[in-house]
Design a binder for this molecule. Structure first.
Ligand code: SF4
Length: 216
């Protein structure tokens, strides 16, 4: 299992309803809620972000296909919106995506491009099986710790906090291997790789320290 994004999306909210700062790999932006739901509308709301994701993925996928075919279609525009209703305690969502090509395209092209749009990566994600997992970072320092060292780095593992997300094991299997003893092999990768993987632990079960500082 490798994460799609090398750097996860990070977001934070303070006490001001509902200004949120979103950090992505090459910058940051503000998200908010509309005034009608108590926000200040300083940035896109979560539904808008979701629809933007689908809209931009559709456009990029169509552009790639059109260019490969060598079709003369200089502009593609899209509008996306959704509606929802409840059925048997489940929320049913329909997303509508309206495409417009300039200049107009043939019926044959239209049919193909609708099919391509329906197979863009975000479409596939939305139509596929999605599982959400939520982890809480735990800073409890009173629990049992185990230490793993190489010449420069000490990795600390707190077994009682580990939620077995599998992130370390799948992200850096040469170092984190549940079948091996010890299960953390500090010779298995560079310091940078180990530290980066430790930093990705979602629960705080793994931390690291330089050997010239005190690992606690
Ligand atoms: S990433 Fe952290 S929580 Fe997940 S299995 Fe490794 S140590 Fe446990």
């Amino acid at each position: 299992m490798n994460y799609k994004l090398e750097k996860p999306v990070e977001a934070a909210i303070g006490t001001q309803q509902f200004t949120m700062e979103v950090v992505w790999r090459n910058g940051q932006f503000v998200a908010d809620e509309p005034v009608s739901t108590g926000g200040k509308d300083l940035g896109p709301d979560p539904f808008t972000l979701l629809l933007s994701s689908l809209a931009t993925c559709t456009l990029a996928t169509l552009r790639m296909y059109i260019d490969r075919k060598g079709w003369e279609i200089p502009e593609i525009r899209i509008k996306a919106n959704l509606f929802q209703y409840k059925k048997d305690d489940k929320t049913i969502t329909t997303i509508d995506r309206d495409l417009r090509f300039d200049p107009a395209i043939t019926d044959e092209q239209m049919e193909k491009l609708v099919e391509i749009a329906g197979n863009c990566p975000i479409s596939k994600l939305l139509k596929g099986e999605v599982t959400e997992r939520t982890f809480i970072f735990n800073e409890d320092d009173t629990v049992k710790k185990m230490y793993y060292r190489n010449d420069t780095t000490t990795v600390v593992w707190k077994p009682s906090i580990c939620k077995h997300s599998g992130r370390c094991v799948t992200g850096l299997p040469r170092v984190f291997n549940l079948q091996a003893r010890p299960w953390i092999n500090m010779q298995g990768a560079s310091d940078d790789q180990i530290r980066k993987q430790v930093d990705a632990c979602p629960t705080g079960a793994l931390t690291w320290a330089h050997n010239n500082s005190t690992a606690s």
